[in-house]
Design a protein around this ligand. Structure first.
Ligand code: CP
Length: 311
């Protein structure tokens, strides 16, 4: 099989394991290409992609733009803070106006969970979700799983611990869907108030004790506390959060094995991980960022091929 089963990428929930393996194999090829002296390929020449960011981003926005440019697509960038959204224009009107200028694909980040699914039902262009509120962040999960595969090989049976604010994290949900589809065992660790009640229905166990979780896992993915999405207090203070769930180098040195440390960024240094951990040999945080470009090239390339089938 060399085609994705979906026209859009709104969530990992919609992908099959074969889709994910195809994205990884395609990303392997693109990773080789972007490490060559000439990093550009003509695969998406004459395709125009709009990057619509209604919420702040550093990594995802830059990574998509680089991926699009490496594939020779025409790129238009939109940021809500400088647009007519501030004058009251709706999401659909904004997107329809941009699409009338002959745009084939939309990469969108939005604060509202489900915004990409909603948009995909109202417009003809293909949609790639770059993070929708607390719902999904599919390309982050793909680059995370790809980075683990690069370090540890086949993901089947690997033990992954996701630590932190699981309740508000689109990265956690997309990672859980992706890792479970690839045969991983997944546990989450964090304050009970930040663990969703439906977690066991996803096939995920809760490990309340961070040190026990570290002893169990092959990989620890340390998530950011999303204060901007928290409307009430979920724990007394950040200091107390860090005392229970913050990762330090002495904790890693106490283990009788090596584990990989991941973080999707942005990092709150000294809260979820110390700088010593973030910058240590255990950390693959910058590899994740590097792999994001190849993964996003693969997603855009495969979706563009999918459009030919659906046309
Ligand atoms: N990982 C991630 O989504 O980072 P940004 O918010 O900077 O895009």
């Amino acid at each position: 099989m060399n085609r994705l089963s979906t026209k859009h990428l709104v969530g990992i929930k919609d992908l099959t394991p074969d889709d994910i393996h195809l994205i990884f194999e395609t990303a392997d090829n693109f990773k080789q290409i972007i490490n060559r002296p000439i990093r550009k390929v003509p695969s998406l020449r004459d395709i125009t992609i709009a990057n619509l960011f209604f919420e702040n981003s550093t990594r995802t926005r830059v990574s998509f733009e680089l991926a699009e440019k490496r594939l020779s697509a025409d790129v238009v960038n939109f940021s809500s803070s400088t647009s007519s959204v501030s004058k009251g224009e709706t999401l659909i009107d904004t997107v329809k106006n941009i699409l009338s200028m002959k745009v084939e694909m939309v990469v969108m980040r939005h604060a509202a969970p489900g915004a990409c699914v909603f948009l995909s039902k109202h417009i003809d262009a293909q949609i790639v979700n770059a993070g929708d509120g607390t719902h999904e962040h599919p390309t982050q999960a793909l680059l995370d799983a790809f980075s683990i595969r690069e370090e540890l090989g086949d993901l089947n049976g690997k033990k992954i611990l996701i630590v932190g604010d699981i309740l508000h994290s689109r990265v956690a949900l997309s990672n859980i869907y992706c890792l479970k589809k690839l045969g991983c065992q997944v546990k989450v660790c964090g304050p009970p108030t930040l663990i969703p009640r439906y977690i066991s229905a996803l096939g995920v166990e809760v490990e309340p004790n961070l040190m026990k979780g570290l002893e169990w896992c092959d990989v620890a993915n340390m998530l950011r506390i999303q204060l901007e999405r928290q409307d009430i207090r979920y724990f007394p203070t950040l200091r107390e959060y860090t005392m229970q769930y913050g990762l330090t180098l002495p904790m890693l040195e106490k283990l009788d094995k090596e584990i990989l440390i991941m973080h999707p960024g942005p990092i709150n240094r000294g809260v979820e991980v110390t700088s010593e951990v973030a910058d240590s040999d255990h950390s693959i945080i910058l590899d994740q960022v590097e792999n994001g470009v190849a993964i996003r090239m693969a997603v855009l390339y495969l979706l563009a091929a999918q459009k030919d089938v659906n046309a």
